[in-house]
Design a protein. Sequence first.
Length: 446
Amino acid sequence: MENDLSLRTEGDINFSPARKSWYASLDHETLQSLESDSESFLHQSLSTPCLNSIVSCNGIWITDQRGRKYMDFHGNSVHQIGYGHPKVIARVKEALDVLPFSPRRYTNPYAIQLSHQLLSLLPPALGKVLFCPGGTSAIGMALKLARRITGRYQVVSFRDSFHGASLDAIAAGGEAQFKLHMGPVGAGNITLPQPCQDSRSAESDAALLEATLEKNPHIGAMVAETIRNTDVRIPGRDYWKAVREICDRHKVLLILDEIPTAFGRTGTLFAFEHFDIVPDILCLGKGLGAGAFPLAAMVCRREFDVAQDISLGHYTHEKSPVGCAAASAMLDVLEEEHLLQKAKDHESFLRVQLQHMKDAYRIISAVRGIGMLWGIELSGRDRAHSCEVAEQVMYACLERGLSFKVSQGNVIQWCPPLIIRREELNDALHILQQSLEEVVGTADFS
Ligand SMILES: Cc1ncc(COP(=O)(O)O)c(C=O)c1O
C-alpha cells in the first residue's frame, strides 16, 4: 500500500528497497531495538517500522544508539529553538519540582503566565485561548467552537491538507491516506484545490472559494494552513487578503492552522503576519511545547467566549504547568536570541544557495521557501523516478549525518532549528550536494 505513489503525502516510505539498504547499514543492537519496538507497538503507516533508534537530542542534533549524530532538519516541526535549551530545561525542572500537574477546575501561575504572554504577542482581536495536549485537539476545539458560533456544521478546506489524525480533523482535512478504510467521516465538508503560489491565480482561486460558499450555505468555517508545511506551498498575499474578505462577507470563520509553522518558522512569529490578515481562530502546537512537552493551543476572537454551556476541550492536561513552563521559556528564547531575525538572515542565504544548487542539478525542478522552511522538489523521468531519487537522496544524506523528511514522494523538506549556525547550514548544503552527486550527478532526464 505504501508503494501507491498517490498516497505518498506526509512522509517517506517504510518498505522500499532504499529502506532495506538503510537497515543493512545498521548494527545488530540497533536492529534489535527496532525489532523490539515493532513487537510491542501497533504498526501504522508512516511510523513503523522505525528508521532508527535515538538516545539523545541536543541543539540541532539527534544521536542514535550507535553514537552517530544527525542534524535534525525534520524534528516534526517542534524544534524552533532546538532541543534541550538550558532555559527550557531549567523551567521545566522547576515546574516538575513544584507543581508537576494541575487538575482541571484549578488554575496555576504557569498557565496564567503563558496565556497572557501568548496573547500579548497576537493582534488584540485574538484575546482568548485554550490549551490542549496536541495539534489535532486544537483543531477539534476550533471546529466545535466554529459550529457553536455560526450554527453551521460544514467546513471548507484544501484538498490533500492535513490538520491532524483524529476523525474530526481528517473530516476537515483532505489527505487520502488518513481516510483509508474509515468509511464516511465528513459532514459534507468540501475541499478545494490548494491555492497556487502564482499571484496571477489569486483571483481565480479566491473566486472558487466564493462560488463554493454561495452554493453551500451550511459552510460555517474555512480551515487552512496559512503556509502549507509539508511540501512548502506559500500562497500570495492577494490570495489571503481576498479570502479574508470573502469569509467576512459570507460570515464564514477563518480558522488558520499554524501548528507546524508558527513561532518563527517562517521568519515571523505567526505565518499570517506575512499576509496582513488576522484569522478568527488560530491553531498552534508543536514548537509551542519547546521540543520538550506536548502542548497546543486554540486562540480565538475575544467575543467568541460564548460557549460556556459546552465542553470545547475538557482535556486532562488542559493547563499543564510543565508544558506551560516550557512554552513560556520558548517564547522568551525566541526574543532573547533574536531568532526571528536569524531565521530571516538564514532565509536569504538559503535562497541563494539552493538556487545555485537548482541551477547545477537538473533533477531539482523547484525550490520554495520562507524563513527556515524549505521544499526542494525533484522531478525525474516520471513520478516513480522522482520519488525513487528523492528517497535515495534522503538516505544518502542520512548516511552523512543529515536527517529530513520527504513529502509528496518527491519534495525534500527542510525544517532546521532556527538556532542553527551558518557553518552548520553550510555543512547541510554540502551534504545535500554530495548526496545529489552520488545519486544522480547532473544527469539530464528529459
Ligand atoms: C498542519 C498540521 N496540523 C495539525 C497537525 C496535528 O498536530 P498533532 O500531531 O500535534 O496532533 C499537524 C501535525 O503534523 C500538522 O502538520
